[in-house]
Design a protein around this ligand. Sequence first.
Ligand code: C2E
Ligand code: CA
Ligand code: CA
Length: 613
Amino acid sequence: MTQVASELMGVDATTLVPASERVLADLVDHFDVDFAYLRHTDRKRGVTVLVAEWPRRIDPPTPDPLRVVAFADADSLFRELEEATEPIIIRRGDTVPDYQETIRRSAGLESVVTACVPLVSRGRSSGVLGFIKRGNRDWSPGELNVLKAIAALFAQLQARVEAEERLRYIASHDDLTGLANRRALLEHMESRLRAGEQGPVVTFFLDLDRLKALNDFLGHSAGDTFIRSLSTRLMENLDSDDMIARLGGDEFVIVPAKTMDAVEAELEASRLQQLISQRVSVGTESVSRGVSVGVALGVPGETSVSDVLRRADHALLAAKSGGGNGVVVFTDAMRAQFELQDDVELNLRTAVSDNSLVLHYQPEVDLRTGRIVALEALVRWEHPTRGLLPPGAFVAVAEATNLAGELGRWVIRSACAQFAEWRRRGLAANVVIRINVSPVQLVSLDFVERIEEVLRTYQIDGSSVCLEITEHVVVQDLMRTRLTLRGLKRMGVQIAIDDFGTGYSSLSHLKALPVDAVKIDRGFVQRLGDSNDDLAIVKSIIGLAGSFGLGVVGEGVETPMAARTLVGLGCYRAQGFLIARPLPAAEVEEHLRQGRIPLDLDLPRAGRGVASS
Ligand code: C2E
Ligand code: CA
Ligand code: CA
């Protein structure tokens, strides 16, 4: 007894079978029987499952008919054992039930005696410890008591292993869907990407499009039902050894067991996409969602788990920003973009403090006279290895990483310092300095105070400064925006809406906000002269601005044709490569000294005067 107890003490799911076999072997020896076995009852499935036997049968058939036996199809002894709590002995001369008969024959035994001792846990049978002896054998009450005690040890062990397994399951599975969770996914990927494993290992990062709408309109349980049916569908249609994990919300990661190259992976992603976009019944509704899939390949021994996941995530982002329901495979071009982003994240903060940011200034003129009416400050980064970076390469990253505030404050301060310096030297007297403000800055609580302080420091009157905000931010947080803009207005600071025309929802908001001017997005201006659509849009923007009493500036004037068209429509203020590119301070100073940038537009007489019809 004590020997068995100590043998079974430290056993867990992985050592259960060998430890049980050792105990069975001891018992076979000790009780002088020919065969011993241990079976567990799985009540949920209504089956009895072979755990261990001794001696092992030589070459059992596959599948082994003895491994899993349904009580419903089992012989009479087994059916009896399903509920039995006391040992059952079958002696020579009793009819031998089929199952025992099978064992007898496959073990090469002649007529046998069988003892079945139920494993009893909390008053219920949870399995059986069985013995078979050739010829005859009697079991004394003492022997049976020992066997019952051993069976009880096995029952305890089984209960403990099951509880441990359950805990392990809970720790590694998502409770809504029963799919693997993040932790199990990471473990799986870790082992797949170990050096020497088969590759490439493909990772699909999936994100349901607009699941939120489902929750919003049909309720949260609808979203849950949807996700659950989707998970079931995935499990049914993928290989059982594929890793399917839910990371929470509407995000899933699939790592197929099969290795694939990029082309195969893309095909597989499309298959997944089709699978997922099939309809699901949610209550009385039948709904479907598109899914965006980001695909990344990892090479075992080379790519780390976090790299593969980040790449897949990045590709997913690209898929989503392409309007959703798309597949994007992580490419070298994306890798470059990715590295740049990493670099920006890492170095931008120091760039702000160590003077590697610079401002260039792009003049804005009155097209009729060429007089410089404003300068727009545009930030650049003199990157130590990548050269001069345009704002498109780092402003968005700054906004995504909490650096927008710092960057923005640097821009405002530097632009005002330079502007004050020009004014002190008698330049830029009638010129307005335009500064771009990112949405994140605008909603920060102390924005107005900060501007006030900078203006005071450099003694600039508010009306010489125009802040440019995008239409997008105006819509996003109207209340907050309105408060901030009012504060700025009190200092006389001008406000322009940048990139106007790219989002139309704010037209109605124009009235509600203290805005001075709109800048027509360069996308419309560039093609003036060869696009009638754009002409119509530009015309209506100018008309709209007029009816609200707002100024208009045309951006992105690249051709004399575009400039002439703007003038013809009554929009005189413009900016663009035709007039001047954004220039370093020293170069723009030349223009400031002249006060104007002569343009040869060959305007009709009316165009040079006041508004033309
Ligand atoms: P934006 O405010 O619309 O600035 C105008 C952009 O158009 C500038 O690009 C300018 O170089 C470019 N541009 C000017 N004339 C022409 C033209 O005739 N043709 C073409 N194709 N382009 C023209 P840049 O300097 O690359 O700036 C891009 C954007 O980055 C800016 O667009 C602005 O939204 C943002 N940005 C620039 N500086 C700052 C800044 O200091 N803070 C913030 N938050 N954003 C900034
Ligand atoms: Ca701008
Ligand atoms: Ca713009």
